[in-house]
Design a protein around this ligand. Structure first.
Ligand code: NAX
Length: 328
């Protein structure tokens, strides 16, 4: 067996943490031959709950799990970490605007970004899940200037999976037959879920479904507002599906996307599709499986799509302005 991969998870005692930890320990990110050490970070009031989660993990007797670290010190939790899943953040409180949430959570990502630079492995990869994930990722990246920009990603995989599921449902197909949807921009209600390049059973989704109004009037708003619909129905935000998406995202990084297929990931823009350089925005990406990703270039846009992309990029620029004092 090879040397264990060290995976740090922030907010590990939260609901996403509870769903994701056993799946990492079962080998779902790195495969069935790669041992792992889980390095869990929490805030002091949640440390007792975290210890309970660690006891449960022990009781699963996962063959690949070589150790569990529980700490409220980011330098300990991020120590030599190969992968950092930044899940921990404060939830949006009653009456709180998105801007308030950004200001509330931003400082967490300043300190944790600095701790990643100081303590994580030199080859670290980071996946930000805690909301607002694009801008939190931007803050952490700016506070770790020695960690190359291509190591930082934020999660739009859940939106991507939601898009695949909506297309499959509408076409009465299995999700495995649906490929190449795209989430553009921000993980927020302004995101642009795009179907024009998607295929169902190898044919264009638009032709299979044959109902253009469905895409604009149903598909886009359903994917954009799915998170709110889950909260309305369950009384709590998505956790199982969010953990599943984070597993998918990280597995693509380490095991690659399939030939001819892409996924959606928020990454540091290189100016592709006129998304301003340096913004953490979601694009279609392919992954080779060595921790790297490439933006899928050369996709064409129609007038409608250009307008939708502009709206979500505009929001990301506004968020960047809101936190500019936190960016170094
Ligand atoms: P929970 O409130 O259940 O758990 C969050 C955990 O983070 C808590 O245990 C809390 O003690 C901990 N925490 C808070 N501040 C921390 C800090 N400074 N350092 C370490 N831990 C800290 O939330 P959960 O449902 O697990 O969601 C976690 C985050 O994921 C939220 O920000 C949520 O908005 C975000 N989501 C992002 C999604 C995405 O697609 N990118 C989808 C799901 C989810 O809504």
């Amino acid at each position: 067996m090879s040397k264990p991969k060290r995976v740090a998870i922030t907010g590990a005692a939260g609901q996403i943490g509870y769903s994701i930890l056993p799946r990492i320990a079962a080998g779902e990110i790195f495969g069935p031959d790669q041992p792992v050490v889980l390095q869990c970070l929490e805030i002091p009031p949640a440390m007792n709950a975290l210890r309970g989660v660690a006891m449960e993990l022990e009781d699963c007797a996962f063959p690949l799990l070589e150790g569990i670290v529980c700490s409220d010190d980011p330098h300990v939790a991020f120590g030599d970490a190969d992968l950092v899943l930044m899940v921990g953040a404060k939830p949006r409180g009653k009456g709180m605007e998105r801007g308030d949430l950004i200001r509330e959570n931003g400082p967490i990502f300043v300190g944790q970004g600095q701790a990643i630079q100081k303590s994580a492995s030199k080859d670290v990869r980071v996946v930000v899940v805690g909301n607002p994930c694009n801008t939190n990722c931007l803050i952490a990246m700016h506070n770790a200037p020695d960690v190359p920009k291509d190591r930082w990603t934020a999660m739009t995989q859940l939106d991507h999976n939601r898009a695949l599921a909506q297309l499959a449902n509408r076409a009465s197909a299995a999700t495995r037959d649906v490929q190449n949807a795209i989430i553009w921009g921000n993980h927020s209600a302004t995101q642009f879920p795009e179907w024009r390049h998607a295929t169902i059973g190898g044919k264009k989704a638009a032709d299979v479904i044959g109902d253009n109004a469905w895409f604009t009037d149903h598909f886009i708003p359903t994917v954009q507002k799915r998170g709110a619909a889950i909260i309305e129905a369950r009384g709590q935000s998505s956790a199982m599906s969010a953990a599943n998406a984070a597993i998918d995202h990280a597995r693509y990084l380490y095991q690659g996307t399939r030939a001819g297929e892409w996924t959606s990931m928020a990454v540091c823009s290189d100016g592709s599709y006129e998304v301003p350089e340096g913004l953490i925005a979601s694009f279609a990406v392919t992954c080779k499986g060595d921790g790297t990703w490439d933006i899928v270039e050369g996709l064409d846009f129609d007038e409608f799509g250009r307008g939708k992309l502009a709206i979500t990029v505009n929001e990301l620029e506004g968020e960047r302005d809101t936190v500019k004092d936190l960016l170094r």
